[in-house]
Write a protein of this length. Structure first.
Length: 341
């Protein structure tokens, strides 16, 4: 497909994409993506400077709501997180937050989605292991919406998938990209580059590589299905050189999200980002400080789709208390952005 569109293909594995294809993809992609709730009401207009906050997915560990102990996450944590988020007015969309470790991998994503639609009517931000469970989730969503056409007209879900840094689109990721395009499901297709690990250690270098990954994904999607909805953006997260972990709470990570928002506002495309995520393993002062800076900067940047609210432990720990705290932080940021006469 890329060769037919004018790309130079080397060794059947590398495509060199000319500038005009990138420019054309940016023009053909929607500047706004409308997301509905499960009742069919308009919930989010992703684009411009509109900002919406919501949860992230698949945290492997969780603070038990009864005992306070940190343990492996389970399906009940997904249900509890959806219940809490459904009642928090500053959480605009839900996601699994936890991962049901007791369920086999592909079935786990189906169980997550089922738990969320049974618990909340808010828009759902979801993941899938592969094309098989993605197809089942879309079938479930269509049944809930009243059919495939009804779901296409009023999508209440956003699928999250990633290219692989550096500069690779896996078969699995592309199959999901094509499936979402066929079904009219808005796709959040963004790289998660580790600066110093899977990309350049400098922020500017990481930004350039990650942006190429994001824009090349947009080119592939728009060549396949012109006008298909996508929420773009990039993540360049520094890698802790001692442990190999990604570091969410640094100013460096936040700066690349600011740069991403500026880029994609300039392109006129909906942009994604992260906020409300801390490297602290507990709900403490560090978690509050890092989450506050991130949420406020996301609001100032006009980042449209802000996920991972409530993350602790470098994206490995979930906490209902952190969700509630971040909802309060978001309300504070919204009040500041509103200003006064």
């Amino acid at each position: 497909m890329l060769r037919a569109a004018g790309c130079r293909v080397i060794d059947k594995t590398t495509a060199l994409i000319p500038e005009y294809l990138v420019t054309d993809a940016i023009k053909s992609a929607p500047s706004y993506v409308t997301i509905f709730d499960r009742s069919g009401n308009r919930s989010m207009e992703l684009g411009g400077s509109n900002v919406y906050f919501g949860m992230g997915t698949d945290l492997l560990n969780f603070y038990d709501i009864d005992t306070g102990e940190l343990r492996k996450s389970c399906l009940q944590d997904v249900i509890n997180a959806a219940k809490v988020a459904d009642s928090l007015e500053n959480i605009d969309f839900i996601a699994s937050h936890a991962f049901p470790n007791e369920i086999s991998t592909n079935m786990a994503y189906l169980a997550e989605f089922k738990a969320q639609v049974e618990t909340s009517t808010k828009p759902i931000y979801f993941t899938a292991a592969a094309i098989d469970d993605l197809e089942f989730i879309i079938e479930m969503a269509a049944a809930i919406a009243g059919g495939e056409d009804a779901l296409r007209q009023k999508p209440f879900l956003i699928h999250y998938a990633e290219p692989i840094s550096p500069l690779t689109h896996s078969k699995g990721a592309l199959k999901k990209l094509f499936k979402c395009s066929d079904a009219g499901i808005p796709l959040n297709y963004v790289p998660a580059l580790l600066a110093g690990g899977t990309g350049p250690v400098t922020l500017a270098g990481g930004l350039a590589v990650a942006n190429a990954e994001s824009l090349s994904g947009l080119v592939i999607q728009q060549l396949y299905s012109r006008g298909a909805p996508m929420i773009s953006g990039i993540s360049v997260t520094p890698m802790d050189m001692r442990t190999g972990n990604c570091i969410y709470g640094t100013p460096d990570e936040r700066l690349t999200h600011t740069a991403s928002s500026e880029l994609y506002h300039w392109y006129g495309l909906p942009v994604w980002g992260e906020a409300g995520c801390s490297d602290s393993n507990a709900l403490d002062g560090q978690a509050a400080m890092e989450s506050s800076f991130q949420v406020m900067l996301s609001a100032l940047e006009g980042c449209n789709l802000v996920h991972d609210v409530g993350y602790l432990g470098q994206g490995l720990v979930g906490s209902l208390g952190s969700l509630v705290m971040c909802s309060e932080i978001i309300s504070y940021a919204k009040r500041i952005m509103k200003g006064f006469s």
